[in-house]
Design a protein around this ligand. Structure first.
Ligand SMILES: CCCCC/C=C/CC(=O)SCCNC(=O)CCNC(=O)[C@H](O)C(C)(C)COP(=O)(O)OP(=O)(O)OC[C@H]1O[C@@H](n2cnc3c(N)ncnc32)[C@H](O)[C@@H]1OP(=O)(O)O
Length: 386
């Protein structure tokens, strides 16, 4: 049995063999050999991974082998080629080496989810073995949680909020020494998915806002309580909640392509992720006001100068340098690292939970405001972009 993905180079036909998959759990930096192995593994996938994943594989393959999208944009009625073009084009100027790594990681996560799902008891939570919006891998003492909606600039939809919470809870109990959050594609994350606001429940917008505030509070709470060193590897631009949360990370490494933007006033919203407390402490109240109230976008260098980012690396060597460093950190005694984090962070925890609760309550009100609703409608009707 085989299925087709037209004009996808090595992905044109993906067949279902009988052989069990061999996991590729190699180093974080993929060699050409790893890449070729991954291409072969794709041909061995036993199940159709679905169109979204196939498009991701296609786009990463093209980026890794040819660089940024160089095809003319297909017409609107050429649906398949348009979807492929969109997926490839969405990778922007992602370096070939990073695309190759992401391709290898994606194949590895597909392989591992298929392999482990074959051992899953009926009724076991699907999310313990496979994620829809994330790629989660664990090797060399590091659990890597990669936001994986590159065609949507890794915007956080409701499913992604739940999956990140699930992945963090699992990482807090696994064998890894440190945990990393990063993004797939050219963005780290474009923040809250603005289509989250469109699905109105029977209780109307009030119920929607209330549910959003409950979810946000629980989500941010998982970052406040995370017990191991938590590192952000900011591979590209970061917007909204993906920026505010950085104040709860233990170290933040950024590519020099990354930018940091919290346009809350433009969106009729207010700060979250405990940033109303952490940002003034990290960078001074006036600098925090420029970001959180006036929506000033910072370059990686500026964010580093203000203490939000720990260190900035040239994009061309970012992945190599950061992962080399993280692998060395992950070899340190894990209990000592946990305890040291605890002593640095614990006296702030109660305060952070209180700030989180207050921010969520204020935001619940903002989501019902005309200012917020107009901003969301303008984005969704393509009248505005950041
Ligand atoms: C439980 C609820 C908790 C709520 C917590 C609150 C958090 C607050 C925030 O996070 S505020 C920040 C919200 N984010 C934004 O306002 C970003 C909106 N996006 C943009 O302005 C632009 O997309 C961009 C500048 C990020 C990138 O522009 P670019 O031109 O490079 O790319 P596109 O606009 O064509 O984007 C590609 C596709 O991705 C979709 N998309 C991008 N970001 C979001 C988003 N945040 N929400 C929903 N969709 C997003 C975009 O629509 C394109 O989709 P398409 O290809 O289907 O058209």
């Amino acid at each position: 049995m085989a299925y087709h993905l037209p004009n996808c180079s090595s992905l044109q036909v993906i067949s279902f063999p009988v052989v069990q998959l061999h996991l590729n759990r190699t180093a974080m930096r993929a060699s050409q050999k790893d890449f070729e192995n991954a291409m072969n593994q794709v041909k061995l996938l036993k199940k159709d991974p679905g169109n979204e994943v196939k498009l991701k594989l296609y786009s990463l393959y093209k980026q890794a082998t040819e660089g940024p999208c160089n095809m003319p944009k297909p017409g609107v009625f050429d649906l398949i080629n348009k979807a492929k073009w969109d997926a490839w084009n969405a990778l922007g100027s992602l370096p070939k080496e990073t695309a190759r790594q992401n391709y290898v990681d994606l194949v590895s996560s597909l392989s591992s989810s298929l392999e482990s799902s074959s051992q899953v008891e009926p009724g076991t939570d699907r999310k313990s073995t496979g994620y829809e919006t994330l790629m989660v891998t664990s090797e060399d003492g590091i659990t890597k949680i990669m936001l994986n909606r590159p065609t949507k600039k890794n915007a956080l939809n409701v499913e992604m909020y739940h999956e990140i919470m699930h992945a963090l809870k699992a990482a807090s109990k696994d064998d890894s020494a440190i945990t990393v959050l990063t993004g797939n594609g050219d963005y780290y994350s474009s923040g809250n998915d603005l289509t989250n606001f469109t699905d109105i429940p029977p209780g109307g917008v009030e119920e929607k806002a209330k549910n959003g505030a409950i979810l946000l509070r629980e989500f941010v709470g998982c970052f406040i309580d995370f017990p191991k060193p938590l590192i952000a590897v900011v591979n590209g631009p970061a917007v909204g909640i993906s920026v505010t949360l950085l104040g709860l990370f233990d170290a933040v490494y950024a590519s020099d392509r990354a930018t940091f933007h919290t346009p809350f006033s433009h969106l009729g919203q207010s700060p979250e992720g405990c940033s109303s407390y952490t940002f003034p402490k990290i960078m001074s109240p006036a600098k925090a006001t420029e970001m959180l109230v006036f929506g000033k976008k910072l370059t990686a260098g500026e964010a580093c100068a203000q203490g939000l980012v720990t260190e900035v690396f040239p994009d061309s060597t970012f992945q190599k340098e950061v992962w080399t460093r993280l692998k060395a950190f992950a070899k340190l005694p894990p209990n000592a690292m946990r305890i040291s984090k605890e002593i640095i962070r614990n006296r702030e925890k109660e305060k952070l939970h209180a700030v989180n609760a207050e921010e969520c309550s204020v935001l619940q009100g903002r989501w019902l405001s005309d200012e917020c609703m107009n901003a969301v409608v303008n984005f969704l009707s393509r009248k505005s972009k950041l």
